[in-house]
Design a protein around this ligand. Structure first.
Ligand code: PNW
Length: 479
């Protein structure tokens, strides 16, 4: 698989939007400039630098706070028509509340958005890509349902200031990963290890926050601004490790506990049945009088159900799933609740990130699964990309992108899945969270040793530029 697969010779539809993605904390730097408040990531990395590989942080990152014009220039050179980036909540509201709006922060994004529009590039703006204002963390962060109200106030300010020019909004980026990494494993901010309960509360509060922003947009702005807004959900394609009933059931459980955990409430209503039953039963056995999976009441179910205008899908890899029948349930824990072991086939091409292997067919399968299960109307692939050591010669990234995009194209042309846009992760090398600057996802190289943070096209950027220009993945390409 991978290199030997056939690449589609078809063309992407005329209306298909090609783009690239980034996130504020990973590229901006300027962490305390011009009135920006502290985020939980600022605090997390400054308090204990050993939390990040090599003691690195995002204080400067790609310095996009100063180099945004150059970034727009790079996007222009690539020829893309879509740029997905995120707003730093504490750059706009220093303590996360509407008490004080930081005009310099508004101006920064205003300028960026103006420059994009002038260059003919559509902005897709993520409201929350993991940099919660520290003040709101101290109020309880994603364990406190009030944060949904604060998020609503922040979203309204973003719509008021940018909504005339921004027609594509993403509310929350990857609630699964925020809750698992920040509230279960603890390797990402805020670094909590609450794998049996906090992780589920976090999920509920993020869903409420997403829904709040969605409703505010539709009640107060959509008629005039005519944009679209949705959640961005990360998912992998899951295959049974062995072709037996046990692992087939395991793969289904894995789907429900990852993708379904967030997609079910938004697209179908309520948590997946499988999660409700399993966590409810285990909670009982563990002595609880209630489920560790916080229930939604009917009003909440209705409030969240249907809060989408498209499906924002981040996907990088696939898993083989082994189901563990007789798991020792021990302490309450998401992982024993799920009772599956995801792993990856050693025949799949490895990247520079230990969790990321190339299984291109998974892209097509996952798109079909999302399309058929959640009936979203349209899908944007809001992230998809490959990690290397950062060299300019990155043929493994080209191979990955070509194979994944080919399977996306097959999903569109052969299966009728309405994928309308694609923003590759990432426009440029950046601060890769707990991995610091050791894993490079950019199609554009950034020299982190230079104060200029010099940007240079990698081979994959030239390759992508050609794909965008021709709408083709191979030279001999047919309409
Ligand atoms: C994304 N998975 O997270 C994030 O949105 C980016 O900020 C990050 O830089 C990028 O991936 C690369 O790591 C992921 O389950 C979350 O396979 C989950 C998965 C992959 C990436």
């Amino acid at each position: 698989l991978g290199a030997f697969e056939e690449i589609s010779t078809k063309k992407f539809p005329e209306s298909f939007l090609f783009g690239a993605a980034t996130a504020a904390y990973q590229i901006e730097g300027g962490w305390n400039e011009d009135g920006k408040g502290e985020s939980m990531w600022d605090r997390f990395v400054h308090d204990d630098p050993s939390r990040v590989k090599d003691g690195q942080n995002g204080d400067i990152a790609c310095d996009s706070y100063h180099k945004w014009q150059e970034d727009v220039e790079l996007l222009t050179q690539l020829g893309v028509k879509l740029y997905r980036f995120s707003l730093s909540w504490p750059r706009i509201l220093p303590d996360g509340t509407p008490r004080k709006v930081n005009q310099a922060g508004i101006n920064y994004y205003r300028n960026l958005i103006n420059a994009l529009k002038q260059a003919g590039i559509e902005p897709m703006v993520t409201l929350y890509h993991w940099d919660l204002p520290q003040h709101l963390l101290e109020l309880g962060g994603w364990l406190n349902s009030d944060i949904a109200n604060y998020f609503g106030d922040y979203a309204r300010i973003a719509f008021e200031n940018f909504g005339d020019d921004v027609k594509l909004w993403a509310t929350v980026n990857e609630p699964k990963t925020t809750c698992l990494s920040g509230y279960a494993y603890g390797e990402m901010a805020p670094g909590f290890t609450l794998p049996g309960d906090g992780v589920y509360k976090c999920a509920k509060v993020q869903l409420l926050a997403h829904a709040k922003a969605y409703h505010i947009y539709h009640a107060e702005f959509a008629t005039k601004q005519k944009g679209r807004i949705s959640l961005v959900i990360d998912a992998s394609y899951n295959l049974p490790a062995l072709n037996n009933d046990r692992d087939i059931f395991g793969a289904q459980r894995e789907d429900e506990f990852t993708l379904g955990w967030f997609a079910h409430p938004v697209y179908l209503g309520d948590w997946p049945e499988l999660m409700k039953t399993r966590i409810g039963n285990l909670s009982k056995q563990q002595g609880y009088s209630f489920s560790r999976l916080p229930e939604f009441n009917q009003e909440e179910i209705n409030y969240i159900n249907g809060t989408f205008d498209f499906f924002g899908l981040n996907t990088y890899t696939s898993n083989l799933i082994t189901y563990i029948v007789d798991i020792d349930i021990g302490d309450p824990n998401y992982f024993t609740d799920k009772s599956t072991i995801p792993w990856q086939d050693s025949n799949w091409a490895p990247s520079n990130a230990p969790w990321l292997y190339s299984y291109p067919l998974g892209m097509r399968k996952l798109l079909n699964h999302v399309w058929n299960t959640y009936k979203p109307g349209s899908i944007y692939v809001t992230e998809n990309g490959w990690a290397t050591d950062g060299s300019l010669e990155d043929s493994s990234r080209i191979s990955y992108l070509q194979n994944y995009m080919s399977n996306m194209l097959d999903a569109i042309t052969e299966d009728g899945v309405n994928v309308v846009g694609y923003t590759t992760w990432s426009l440029m090398d950046n601060f890769e969270w707990a991995q610091g600057y050791t894993q490079k996802f950019g199609i554009i190289h950034v020299d982190f040793d230079s104060p200029n943070r010099t940007r240079t096209f990698k081979t994959s950027a030239y390759w992508y530029k050609n794909v965008v220009a021709t709408r083709c993945l191979v030279e001999e390409c047919l309409d």
